[in-house]
Design a protein around this ligand. Structure first.
Ligand code: HEM
Length: 365
C-alpha cells in the first residue's frame, strides 16, 4: 500500500517541487536563488577573490578533535586584551605549531555585548527545540576553539598553549574531546550507529557559495548529541536503514546502489512507497527543503563515560538560521528522535583568516 504522508509532510514533499516548477529549474541551481538572505548563497563567481578562511573547516578531518570554550574573565578585560589573546594564539601557532594540530577560532553571541561591540547580525543564540535536554554548563561560550589533530595527546598539548596565552583574559567554560574511528584513506567516517556520516556534504565549489562569506568568515553550530546506540543497533538492519534513509553497508541512499548516487526523494518502490520514508533523517534534512542551502557537517564521535557517548555535530554554514530550520523539521518528525538526545549547544562566528602579516582579532572592533 502507498505510504501516505501526513498533511505536514505532504507540504515538505511538495515544497521543493513547487519551487522548481515556479522557476522552471531544479531547486538547487543559481536561477532559484531567493532574495531571502538566509537561503541565498553567494554567486560562486570565479572572478571573486578567494576568501581568506581559517583552517580546520574545509581541510581534511584528522582523527581527533578537542573543543574548548571560554568566557571572558570576571576581571572584565578590554577589547584590546581579547585581541591580544587571539593574536597570540595565531602567531604562536604560525611560529611553533604543535605538529599536525589545527586551531579554528570562533566568537560566541555574548562576547560582543560584553565588550560593547556590535555582533554580526546573524549571530544569535539558537532557539530551544522540542526534546532538547541541554546542559547549559557544557554549552555556549564567548570564545570557542576547535583543535583538530592526529592524536588526543597532540590536541591536549595545543590546548595547554591556548590556555597559557589566555590567562587573565579568558576563563575555561567547557571542553569536549572527540574522535573518528580508523578508516581507509578517503572513506567517509562512520558514526556510532555504524552509518557513514558526512556523505552528502558540499563540494569545494559549493563551499564558496554556501559556507563562506566573501570576507572568509562563516558560522559554527555545535550540538553534543547523545546516541542510544544499544537500542538502535539491535534493531533489524532494514529498520535502521529506514530511519536514516541510507543503506548501512554502502551508504547508498535507499533505492540506489552507490554511496554518492543522488538522493531521489520522489523515487518509489513498485508497491508505490517512497524508497526514502517520509520520516527518514536524510529526507527531512535534505537541502531541497531549504531552497538548496547547504551546511558543511564535520562531525566527530565522543565517548565521555559508560553512560554518555554520541555525536559531536559540528556544522559550518553561512547562516545559523539554516540549522534552525533543519533542526525544527528533525525535532518534529525525524524517525531517529527516539534514539538521540541533544545535550549541549553552541553557536559562534568564525572569523576570517587575517591578511598575511596581520594578526587574528583585528576584525574585532
Ligand atoms: C546523532 C545525531 C545524528 C546522526 C546520527 C546523524 C546521521 C546522519 C547520517 C548517517 C546521514 C547520511 C549520510 C550523510 O549524508 O552524511 C546524515 C545526513 C544528514 N544530516 Fe544528520 N545526523 C544527526 C544529526 C543531525 C542534525 C542535528 C542535523 C542538522 C540539524 C543533521 C543534518 C544532516 C544533513 C543536512 C544531512 C544530509 C542530508 C542529505 O541531503 O542527504 N543531522 N546524518
Amino acid at each position: 500500500m502507498t505510504a501516505l504522508p501526513s498533511p505536514r509532510r505532504r507540504t515538505l514533499l511538495a515544497a521543493p517541487l513547487a519551487a522548481a516548477t515556479a522557476c522552471g529549474a531544479p531547486a538547487d541551481t543559481d536561477s532559484t536563488r531567493t532574495t531571502d538572505s538566509d537561503a541565498s548563497g553567494s554567486s560562486g563567481d570565479k572572478s571573486r577573490p578567494v576568501p581568506r578562511t581559517q583552517p580546520g573547516i574545509a581541510t581534511a578531518q584528522p582523527a581527533h578533535v578537542l573543543l574548548l570554550a571560554h568566557d571572558l574573565s570576571p576581571a572584565r578585560p578590554s577589547v584590546r586584551d581579547v585581541r591580544r589573546v587571539l593574536s597570540d594564539w595565531w602567531t604562536d601557532h604560525a611560529s611553533r605549531p604543535v605538529p599536525g594540530v589545527t586551531p579554528t577560532v570562533a566568537l560566541g553571541p555574548a562576547l560582543h555585548r560584553k565588550l560593547g561591540l556590535t555582533a554580526p547580525p546573524r549571530l544569535k543564540d539558537l532557539p530551544s527545540f522540542p526534546h532538547d535536554r541541554l546542559e547549559p554548563r557544557h554549552g555556549g561560550g564567548d570564545v570557542l576553539v576547535q583543535l583538530c589533530g592526529p592524536s588526543a595527546a597532540a590536541c591536549d598539548r595545543a590546548a595547554a598553549r591556548i590556555a597559557a596565552r589566555a590567562t587573565g583574559v579568558l576563563v575555561p567554560r567547557w571542553r569536549q574531546p572527540g574522535f573518528l574511528p580508523p578508516r581507509p584513506t578517503g572513506e567517509t567516517p562512520r558514526n556510532l550507529f555504524g552509518f557513514k556520516d558526512g556523505t552528502q556534504n558540499p563540494t569545494t565549489d559549493e563551499l564558496t557559495r554556501w559556507i563562506w562569506h566573501d570576507d572568509g568568515s562563516t558560522f559554527l553550530v555545535y550540538r553534543r548529541i547523545h546516541m542510544h546506540t544499544d537500542t538502535f543497533t539491535t534493531l533489524p538492519t532494514t529498520h535502521q536503514e529506514q530511519i536514516i534513509g541510507r543503506h548501512r553497508t554502502t551508504g547508498a541512499p535507499l533505492g540506489a546502489h552507490h554511496e554518492h548516487d543522488p538522493v531521489n526523494l520522489y523515487a518509489k518502490t513498485p508497491q508505490g512507497r517512497y524508497h526514502i520514508p517520509t520520516d527518514a533523517h536524510i529526507r527531512l534534512a535534505h537541502s531541497r527543503l531549504d531552497g538548496g542551502a547547504r551546511m558543511l557537517r564535520r562531525g566527530y564521535s565522543y565517548d565521555n563515560n559508560t553512560h554518555d557517548h554520541g555525536l559531536l555535530f559540528l556544522a559550518y554554514l553561512r547562516d545559523p538560521a539554516l540549522f534552525t530550520r533543519v533542526q525544527e523539521r528533525l525535532a518534529a518528525d525525524d524517525a531517529m528522535n527516539p534514539f538521540i538526545e541533544h545535550r549541549a549547544s553552541a553557536v559562534a562566528h568564525v572569523l576570517p583568516a587575517p591578511p598575511p602579516g596581520k594578526p587574528l582579532g583585528d576584525q574585532l572592533h
